[in-house]
Ligand binder design. Structure first.
Ligand code: HEM
Length: 511
């Protein structure tokens, strides 16, 4: 007689299966780390590379403690400063570090030579991080901002002629929207410019990109226009969430789908309309420059035009609004700077400047440069190595050896880290000092508010023109501006830097 087998309860079987899966994952992780470690060491020493210092994590390679530090920094609006501290906490004169998040190694750098290698000299070795591609695919349907390789090359080549500087400097369009902005600012009463600037840049952006402005500053009578802005804002908010927590791209988000569909239908409608209608003229009487028409001339299909136009709106709307907000946060607090700009504006009287006149406002240019130095709108960016490669500097005890980067590893580069380096910008780096630009001549990769290399921002001239033009017009219209924000600048960060407590000011037409 054989003994009957003891039937195990189902929960025990399930538990064994779970333990086995976890056990397998842990063993796999240990073995692959060991394998990668040995391979990295061999490849790295054969190239004369040495590892950079590792950030002094309090919890070994887990990196959870530092992740919490960054989350806390986000809550109290000091993320860009926390980026700088990562290097300073690792050691003095350290500009490239190894860093762990949940046990996964990445690298951080604020070394201009390394940033130059990533963005320019070894451009072919680097691609966009998979999270950026997935996010932009889900939210914008692809397009220049979220693709790399041949797809990006094609997009960029198609868009390039349309970003031609002279065509995009239509100050007549800017003036029309400047007047609408001014009517929204009550004389002698509190106004939060951080609420108005995104409406302004949305209005200018839609006019430039679609040929027709959604006119949100004119207290949106159009329900469609308000809906467009609302949906667009939700998409931007989702992109920012997904970029920090990439696993969210895998979760269903019905509202995102509705918003993406709406924005696409809207863009499809206006692109269709723009391309079938007669040539328009701008407020200045010149032939109106309309993006979709220019892109169609390059042979892009309706669908491609629609996707690229939404990408450009994403790239240009909130960034330019954030720059204007930063400029005005400081102008309200710094009458000394305002008075120097006013001196420069004297020859104009109350007349609107031309593009050429704006470009000649040297002190104002210094102010904008300095604001973008201290608070680059995109303080953090990253690329993933698409083949084994090296960074030219940062390894070894003196930080002068190249650093080996394995295919698939991510390197984060921080413009706030770079542009607040005392050895590059002086010991007063945290002070907003436009005068430093009288003598300062940073190299192309020591100052990167618009990125660099082949993917450098194609909209930078338009952004600088817009920011300067609207600043001039506000200063000409109002004789004084009083700050209502208290305390230092709150660096709110979610992909972009904005003011955490708005830009509350009181303008007055009299002194
Ligand atoms: C203050 C305003 C702006 C800032 C700070 C800014 C910054 C940047 C940066 C840093 C990049 C490079 C991103 C990367 O390398 O991953 C970029 C790319 C881009 N920007 Fe801007 N930008 C601004 C305004 C604009 C405007 C007004 C437009 C268009 C009207 C625009 C269109 C684009 C496009 C299409 C790209 C992608 C280029 C490519 O991947 O080849 N940007 N921008």
């Amino acid at each position: 007689m054989t003994a009957s087998p003891i039937a195990l309860p189902a929960t025990v079987d399930a538990r064994t299966a779970i333990y086995s899966v976890f056990g397998f994952i842990i063993v796999y992780q240990i073995l692959s780390r060991l394998y990668n470690g040995i391979r990295d060491y061999q490849l790295s020493t054969s190239n004369g590379c040495q590892p950079p210092p590792t950030y002094p994590h309090k919890d070994g390679v887990l990196g959870l403690h530092h992740l919490l530090t960054l989350i806390k920094a986000k809550k109290i609006n000091r993320v860009p400063t926390a980026f700088c501290e990562m290097f300073d906490d690792t050691g003095s004169n350290v500009n490239t570090i190894g860093h762990y998040v949940l046990g996964k190694k990445s690298y951080w750098t604020r070394d201009a030579d390394n940033i130059k290698a990533i963005l320019h000299s070894s451009f072919q070795d680097w691609g966009l991080p998979p999270a950026r591609k997935a996010t932009f695919d889900a939210c914008l349907g692809g397009g220049i901002f979220g693709v790399d390789g041949a797809e990006w090359e094609h997009s960029r080549a198609m868009l390039k002629p349309s970003f031609n500087k002279t065509q995009m400097s239509d100050t007549a369009t800017l003036e029309k929207h400047a007047q609408k902005l001014i009517t929204r600012i009550p004389d002698g009463e509190e106004v939060d410019l951080a609420n108005l600037f995104p409406l302004l840049t949305m209005d200018v952006g839609t006019e430039m990109l679609f040929g027709e402005s959604v006119d949100s500053l004119s207290i949106s009578e159009l329900k469609q226009a308000t809906e467009f802005t609302h949906c667009f804002d939700y998409i931007v908010h989702t992109i920012s969430k997904h970029m920090s927590l990439p696993f969210l791209t895998r979760l269903p988000d019905p509202k995102l789908k509705l918003c993406v569909d709406f924005v696409n239908r809207f863009a499809e409608g206006v692109v269709d309309q723009t391309m079938s209608s007669e040539e328009k003229t701008s407020a200045g009487g010149k032939k109106k420059y309309i993006f979709p028409t220019e892109l169609a001339k390059m042979g892009l299909s309706q669908k491609q035009i629609q996707i690229e136009v939404i990408n450009i709106m994403f790239a240009g709307r909130d960034t330019t609004a954030a720059l204007l907000s930063l400029i005005w946060w400081y102008l309200a607090k710094r009458p000394d700077i305002v008075s120097k700009i006013r001196n420069e504006l004297e020859p104009l009287g109350s007349r609107a400047p031309t593009t050429e006149e704006v470009k000649k406002l040297h002190y104002l240019k210094n102010v904008v440069n300095e604001v973008l130095r201290l608070h680059p709108i995109n303080p953090l960016n990253s690329r993933t190595a698409i083949r084994d490669t090296t960074l030219p500097r940062g390894g070894g005890p003196d930080g002068q050896s190249p650093v080996f980067i394995r295919k698939g590893q991510q390197v984060m580069f921080t413009s706030s880290g770079l542009q607040r380096r005392p050895d590059l910008y002086g010991n007063d780096v945290m002070e907003l000092k436009p005068e430093r630009w009288n003598t300062l001549k940073p190299t192309a990769f020591e100052y990167i508010p618009f990125g660099g290399g082949p993917r450098i921002c194609p909209g930078q001239h338009l952004a600088l023109l817009e920011a300067s033009y609207f600043t001039v017009r506000l200063l000409q219209e109002f004789q004084s501006v009083e700050p209502l924000n208290e305390g230092p600048f709150q660096e709110a960060f979610a992909i972009l830097v904005t003011s955490g407590d708005g830009v509350r000011v009181r303008f007055s037409r009299t002194k």
